[in-house]
Write a protein that binds this ligand. Structure first.
Ligand SMILES: C=CC1=C(C)c2cc3[nH]c(cc4nc(cc5[nH]c(cc1n2)c(C)c5CCC(=O)O)C(CCC(=O)O)=C4C)c(C)c3C=C
Ligand SMILES: [Fe+2]
Length: 367
């Protein structure tokens, strides 16, 4: 999938059970088109993590396949409806993070990408082996890796063509490293000496590597920031699920205070930056007012949105509303449209296609 923009925010930050509300909220929006979905996004919000909290990373997502959130999940949602309004943005808020000799770390999570054409197939294998990308029915879980191997080999030539056309590899690592450096400098300017780490889901530097470094550096408080503006089970959800499993099994990490910013698509800075990008592009047309603004977003499997409560679609649409509202304030009233990409072979799979995949596999393996 070839995404051009990975930028944007309402963040939720808690440290050691304390929620700090910053002053620079983006003005509150009317309810998005699908409020139920957005409510679910709050389940990815943070809950206080104390030394006694053995659950590790405190992110709760409805990552299963039930069509209804469980009563437990609903309770959880209610608990966070106010916390999710909290943001940690001001300098004074950030300073409050420092208590004694605390060492602050920020972990940026991203997808990762092949750096050379030889990396493409193993990168694709890692991606398709992830049950948050391809979810097989429980009975067929043992086929996850053979299926990933098969799809990655079949998909690799097409993928390689794409990566070859942009210089022979993914620029994602360089871009993410540059973001990490810029964030470190920005925090330093605010007198917040934090270390910033990059943890990729499917390629180097892997999340596991970043976590090892965090432990070596003796970080005592960690902010986890997925670099996807909108939350999806297949992106931030997958990275956070991995992190949760790493935390659960590690004494050091379980006892480290941490917090998660689940999505940040409605942050003022992001919305304004997006509006400015669009504004600048419009000036390149001879008649800017006649231009249709075309938003292109990743597709996610329909079942994620309809059955598992993935808030991605609702967050994306709310985000676009906010950008258009910002443009309107600047006197730009062009029409706009939104399309979801279905570029990866299986990105829109649902039950019938799942059957197709399995039949394909059964054929292939002569079962
Ligand atoms: C098949 C399932 C996939 C789902 C679901 C999916 C969701 C999804 N992806 C992004 C962002 C990116 N994806 C990227 C690459 C990529 N993604 C898939 C598959 C799914 N993505 C594949 C097979 C690939 C590899 C390239 C290809 O063969 O098309 C990338 C690029 C990474 C890089 O190399 O720089 C990004 C970015 C989002 C935001 C998303 C759901 C919301
Ligand atoms: Fe993708």
């Amino acid at each position: 999938m070839w995404s051009s923009s990975q930028a944007s925010t309402r963040g939720v930050v808690e440290m050691g059970g304390r929620v700090e509300a910053g002053p620079s909220h983006f003005p509150k929006r009317p309810a998005p088109r699908n409020p139920a979905r957005v409510n679910l996004s709050r389940t990815h919000a943070v809950k206080p993590c104390s030394a006694g909290d053995r659950a590790g990373i405190s992110v709760k997502c409805n990552l299963g396949w039930s069509s209804q959130p469980s009563p437990d999940l609903k309770r959880h949602l209610r608990g966070f409806s106010s916390a999710s309004e909290a943001v940690l943005t001001s300098q004074s808020d950030l300073r409050k993070l420092f208590v004694g000799n605390e060492k602050i770390g920020v972990l940026l999570l991203n997808l990762g990408g092949p750096e050379t054409l030889d990396d493409v197939q193993p990168f694709l294998f890692n991606l398709f082996a992830d049950p948050d990308i391809i979810r097989l029915p429980r009975l067929f879980r043992f086929l996850q890796k053979p299926l990933a191997q098969f799809i990655s080999v079949v998909r690799a030539p097409k993928s390689k063509e794409g990566y070859a056309s942009i210089g022979g590899g993914s620029p994602l690592r360089q871009i993410t490293d540059a973001q990490a450096e810029a964030l470190k400098e920005a925090l330093c300017e605010k007198d917040v000496p934090a270390k910033v780490y990059v943890g990729m889901r499917y390629w180097h530097p892997f999340t596991e590597e970043a976590i090892q470094q965090i432990k070596r550096d003796g970080i005592t408080k960690l902010v986890v920031l997925p670099l996807y503006p909108q939350f999806s089970i297949s992106t931030s959800g997958s990275s956070l699920r991995l992190l949760e499993s790493i935390f659960r099994e590690d004494e050091y990490l379980v006892n480290m205070q941490h917090t998660v910013i689940p999505s940040w698509y409605q942050r003022e800075g992001y919305i304004k930056a997006m509006a400015t990008l669009i504004e600048n592009e419009l000036t390149k047309f001879p008649e800017p007012q006649k231009v249709m603004i075309f938003f292109s977003a990743h597709g996610v499997p329909l079942a994620y949105v309809e059955e598992a409560g993935d808030p991605y679609k609702a967050e994306m649409e709310e985000c676009i509303d906010l950008i258009m509202e910002e443009l309107e304030k600047r006197g730009i009233t062009n029409p706009c449209t939104l399309a979801y990409q279905v570029t990866a072979a299986l990105s829109n799979f649902n039950q019938p296609n799942m059957v197709f995949i399995l039949l394909l596999l059964i054929n292939l393996l002569n079962l």
